[in-house]
Design a protein. Structure first.
Ligand SMILES: NC(=O)c1ccc[n+]([C@@H]2O[C@H](COP(=O)([O-])OP(=O)(O)OC[C@H]3O[C@@H](n4cnc5c(N)ncnc54)[C@H](O)[C@@H]3O)[C@@H](O)[C@H]2O)c1
Length: 336
């Protein structure tokens, strides 16, 4: 019997790719989502890629009673917790919602996992827990000084999960600090379906190349980087998804809670990404330069050594693959 893995937020951008990677690795995923920022229309796509109807439950992760039902109905052995709210700007305006969903959701989930005797948890954390890096590349021992409400909710959940593992040696917890996931499933049938104007660079480029948005605003070309534009660590969402499989396998042999960066281990500037995207789509991306935004940093990229050593994982898809796959997704509609 394949192991049943609950994927909260399994209808979302990262979660849906994790679901497909789980099937490919021989697991039996169960999708949990309340569709706050996604749609059940992703499910037929998942079924098509998996070759069978993946079980899915419409549940809010804060609803402990409903979670108990899920653990009763499915022989779950581990949880990958992707459900959450993730828009940094929105988090500043709606702190209560972010603490409620991100912190409250993790607490309800841990409570019910404990009751059900399920102790293996992979948590979607974020490089935003680091805030402004003091040194590059950023390793897991770097200070955690998140700039935003969003980043603070991730740091708080990390602390909470470490405290759980400290109090009860049964827990096996991976805190995966994602850098900048981008791209789409190679089939073009799964991708990032932003509601409204996208916040992230690659989805913006998709909409601009498709003629849905006018031009790209580049915030600052006077950063202390090679071409003056901001540098970030972009990793292909399928690589990221495979990192969760590697984490699950690692947790089978260890106890406790451990933070692990998932990134490519190198950065690309905004202009490098634009150039790669222009190659992928064969169109020119119009851009305007604007002043730096407060709170932005010049460069951020991961030290991905721990993931390589412990998880035997590293990214295998480059920036050109990210752009080609994102553009394929956009050309197939870019939405569900
Ligand atoms: N995409 C990124 O750039 C990025 C970077 C770092 C970390 N993360 C983290 O990874 C996780 C997944 O991100 P994503 O990009 O797939 O975002 P997403 O919004 O596409 O997916 C999150 C999913 O969680 C669901 N959800 C939200 N609140 C819920 C609730 N109360 N109960 C059940 N489901 C709920 C949403 O409907 C959505 O399907 C998030 O926790 C996010 O903070 C994402």
């Amino acid at each position: 019997m394949p192991e049943s893995i609950l994927v909260t937020g399994g209808a979302g951008y990262v979660g849906s790719h994790v679901v497909v990677a789980l099937v490919r690795a021989g697991y039996a995923p169960v999708v949990l989502d309340n569709y706050a920022n996604s749609t059940p229309a992703v499910l037929p796509r998942l079924h098509a890629l998996a070759g069978y109807a993946i079980p899915a439950v419409h549940v809010d992760v804060r609803d402990a009673d409903a979670l108990r039902g899920v653990f009763r109905d499915h022989p779950i052995t581990a949880v990958i917790h992707c459900a959450g709210l993730k828009a940094v700007g929105e988090s500043q305006a709606r702190p209560l919602a972010y603490y409620d969903v991100n912190v409250g959701g993790a607490m309800a989930l841990a409570q019910v996992m404990g009751e059900a005797g399920v102790a293996t948890l992979v948590f979607s954390s974020s490089a935003s827990v680091y805030g402004e890096p003091e040194a590059l590349p950023i390793d897991e021992a770097a200070p955690l000084q998140p700039h935003s409400v969003y980043g603070r909710t991730k740091r708080i959940v990390e602390d909470f999960l470490c405290d759980l593992a400290g109090a009860n040696a049964n827990w096996r917890i991976a805190l995966l600090r994602y850098f900048n996931p981008a791209g789409a499933h190679v089939s073009g049938t799964l991708g990032e379906a932003a509601r409204g104007r996208p916040n992230n660079l690659v989805p913006l480029l998709c909409k601009i190349a498709a003629g849905e948005l006018a031009n790209l605003t580049v915030y600052g070309n006077d950063w202390p980087t090679a071409d003056g534009t901001g540098v970030r660590d972009y990793l292909h969402v399928e690589d990221l998804a495979e990192g969760h499989i590697a984490a699950l396998r690692h947790l089978a042999g260890v106890r406790g809670a451990l933070a692990i960066n998932l990134g490519a281990g190198r950065g690309h500037s905004v202009l490098e990404v634009v150039a790669a995207f222009e190659r992928a789509c064969g169109r020119r991306i119009a851009r305007t330069i604007a002043p730096r935004r407060p709170g932005d940093v010049a460069a951020s990229y991961a030290d991905a050594t721990r993931a390589a050593q412990l998880l035997h994982w590293r990214t295998t898809r480059d920036l050109d693959a990210i752009c080609a796959d994102a553009w394929r997704w956009q050309q197939q509609g870019g939405r569900y």
